[in-house]
Design a protein around this ligand. Structure first.
Ligand SMILES: Cc1cc2nc3c(=O)[nH]c(=O)nc-3n(C[C@H](O)[C@H](O)[C@H](O)COP(=O)(O)OP(=O)(O)OC[C@H]3O[C@@H](n4cnc5c(N)ncnc54)[C@H](O)[C@@H]3O)c2cc1C
Length: 450
């Protein structure tokens, strides 16, 4: 039996295009690579402060370029530097909580995967989580990382307070009540305003989720997407390229008993074989074969605590482009992206992802000012992603899409300033907090037009 979970868990493409090992010349610094392996940097050194005090002391004593790094899961070059990499792994764990308002403060370097159990112990749970949970809290909010849900913001939308150490070692405590404007800027800060040391999030009481996954014709899913997104707490789909089908995921709260068996290895093997066969066919000839397999996908259901249902393990490494388009334009944009891939016979077997995110008021959130539909395309790590990404980016732009900060795009200051009403305000705040530009790298200079 083939299920949607098995389909996505299939790691056959990792075997086809395994990650490359960096070559290191004698005397070179220890290289840094991002998760997908596409970005390589040679930082002058790594600094891993054991406490806020140690971090602040280091910032005050030193000069020169530096970049904070989380889990290195961004596909864009936000992190690479020839200066120092600041690793905040030791600033981790639950630091404080407010039982009445259901808020909790974690060290900025806490992995999302390490938040669920301590939150459950204090009677709280995250309202939303992204597709995986390996990111750090600071890294995730710095790019407005999101999950899916018509009524759910990105993680940044639930930040109620944070502590930021500026590059000169000044400490700023910003919260929604006391300094709402600067909090709206720093909740999606791209690591360009300072070093986050702690973050307080608005949570809710713990909950269980039932996830039902199935396959359906993409056009049928789109026809009822609004209705389904309103009915389910989370609703999303993974349209298959060169096919008429999508894998669909509908998730709702439940009191049912936990039932979440692992995906059987035979299932991943069967899918691996199928995907290898598709990859060997010319793209224009794949549709009947993929439709046939997609039709046979059996519906499946799991029940578990929220943080185990919302996140997955992704073993098959890839590079990704994602744009958030106004929600009302989402279906048309998705159709045009799929048609572009089909018409240009682009060789990609990775499914797309289509999700809704609720609008917010954060300066650099992709969802600022209104609800958005996030559409992602993926290319297996090691394969050339340019033909796919170059073909679909103009389509995203035609629909006024905003690129995910952590996912590949080609925009710079002129385009970004048109998409974000507070972009220039963000640049002014950046210049105020980091006048020497210690936090700038080549990628940020391009984004900010510096
Ligand atoms: C397999 C996979 C699945 C993904 N799924 C999703 C998803 O479902 N939804 C989604 O929206 N995105 C998703 N992403 C993208 C990912 O969530 C973002 O790129 C996120 O920013 C990565 O977090 P990180 O901890 O790895 O941070 P990094 O990539 O290391 O850094 C990201 C940014 O945060 C800054 N930063 C890190 N720590 C600090 C700090 N202490 N203070 C200030 N700035 C800091 C960095 O300088 C950088 O600018 C996915 C990525 C991968 C690889």
């Amino acid at each position: 039996m083939i299920t949607r979970r098995g389909f996505l868990a299939a790691s056959v493409l990792a075997a086809l295009y395994g990650p490359r090992t960096p070559a290191r010349a004698a005397g070179q610094s220890v290289p840094w690579r991002n998760w997908s392996g596409a970005l390589l940097a040679h930082p002058a050194g790594r600094v891993a402060p054991a406490s806020e005090a140690e971090l602040i002391d280091w910032l005050r004593r030193t000069s020169g370029p530096l970049r904070p790094v989380g889990a290195g899961h961004s596909f864009t070059a936000l992190v690479p530097t020839e200066g120092h990499l600041l690793v905040l792994d030791k600033l981790a764990g639950l630091l404080a909580h407010d039982a009445e308002r259901l808020r909790a403060t974690f060290g900025a370097g806490t992995r999302l995967s390490d938040m669920g159990p301590p939150l459950a112990e204090i009677g709280q749970a995250s309202k939303i989580l992204p597709d995986i949970d390996r990111q750090t809290l600071a890294g995730a909010i710095s790019t407005a990382t999101h999950g899916t849900g018509a009524e759910l913001h990105s993680l940044s939308g639930y930040v109620t307070a944070l502590r930021l150490a500026t590059p000169s070692g000044e400490v700023l405590d910003l919260d929604r009540e006391g300094d709402p404007e600067r909090l709206r800027a720093a909740a999606v800060g791209l690591g360009a305003l300072g070093i986050l040391t702690r973050v307080e999030m608005q949570n809710r009481e713990p909950y269980r989720l039932r996830a039902r996954s199935f396959s359906q014709r993409t056009e049928e899913v789109l026809a009822s997407f609004e209705e389904q997104a309103a009915r389910h707490r989370h609703f999303e789909m993974f349209p298959l390229t060169h096919s008429d089908y999508a894998l669909v995921l509908a998730i709702d709260e439940t009191d049912a008993a936990i039932d979440n068996p692992p995906v059987p290895p035979e299932e991943a093997d069967a899918l691996g074989r199928a995907m290898r066969e598709w990859a060997a066919m010319p793209p224009a000839e794949r549709r009947p074969a993929i439709n046939e397999v997609a039709r046979q996908i059996e519906p499946s259901t799991i029940v578990d605590v929220s943080y185990r249902v919302l996140t997955n393990v992704r073993n098959n490494r890839f590079n990704e482009m994602e744009y958030a388009v106004p929600r009302e334009a989402g279906a048309e944009c998705l159709r045009e992206v799929l048609a572009t891939i089909a018409e240009r016979e682009i060789d990609v077997v990775f499914p797309l992802e289509y999700r809704y995110v609720k609008g917010d008021d954060l300066w650099l959130s992709m969802d600022t000012g209104g609800d958005r539909a996030a559409i992602s395309v993926h290319r297996t790590a090691g394969a050339d992603y340019r033909p796919l990404f170059d073909a679909v980016e103009p389509v995203f732009r035609k629909y006024d899409g905003r690129p995910h900060w952590g996912k590949i795009h080609s925009l710079g200051r002129a385009e970004l300033a048109k998409l974000y009403p507070r972009f220039e305000d963000f640049l002014a705040l950046r210049a105020e907090l980091d006048p020497e530009g210690r936090l700038l790298n080549d990628h940020l200079r391009r984004l900010f037009g510096l």
